[in-house]
Design a protein around this ligand. Sequence first.
Ligand SMILES: [Fe+2]
Ligand SMILES: [Fe+2]
Length: 203
Amino acid sequence: MKKLAKRVLSKDQVAELVYQALEHERGGVLIYRMALKCVQNDELREEWQEYSDATATHVEKLEEVCVAMGLDPERETPGRKIVRHLGKSLVKAMQMALDEGSPAAAELVAADCVTLAETKDHMNWELLGRAAKQLTGDARLKLTKAAATIEDEEDEHLYHTTGWARELWFQSLGMRAVLPPPEETQHVTSAIGAARAKQAAGR
Ligand SMILES: [Fe+2]
Ligand SMILES: [Fe+2]
C-alpha cells in the first residue's frame, strides 16, 4: 500500500512568504502614492486614500511579525528583489501614462495597476492566515491577530478596486457604467458577494 507523505512545514518558505509580503506591502504604499496622482473620480480618490493608509499599517504589522519570528525585516532575499521590481514596474507604468498627458487614460492604467497589486496582496494574506496556524508562540499570536483583521481589508481592497477598474473601462468604452461600482455600494467583502453584486447590476 502506498504511504502518504508526511507534510512538514517549511519554516524557510514561511519566512520567505513573510519577507515577500512585506516587500509587496511596501511597494503598495508607493503604488497608491502614484495612483492617487492619476485618479480623477473623487469617490475613488477617497477610497484609495483609505486603502493607502491601510497598506502603510500592513507594512508595520508585517515588520512586527518579522521581529516576533526572529527575522530581520531588512534582510534581502532573491524573491524580495523580484517583488520590489514588480512593484516599481507598476509605479513606472502609471508614470508613463501620466506623461502621455491623457488624465482619463492614466486613471484607467492606475485602476489596472492597483487591481494587479491587490490581487497578489489578497493572496499573500490568505496564505499568511493559513501559515500562522502552523507557527508557535508570539509569532503565531502576532500573525494570527494581524491576518484576522487584514484578510477582511484585503477582500475589500481587491473586490472594490476590481469593480472600479471594470466600470471605468465601461465608461471609457462609451457603454453603460455603474459608478460607483456595485461592489462598493453593496459593501462586498467576498468573492461570492462580488459575483452576486455584479449579477444584480446586470454584469
Ligand atoms: Fe495590504
Ligand atoms: Fe491591499
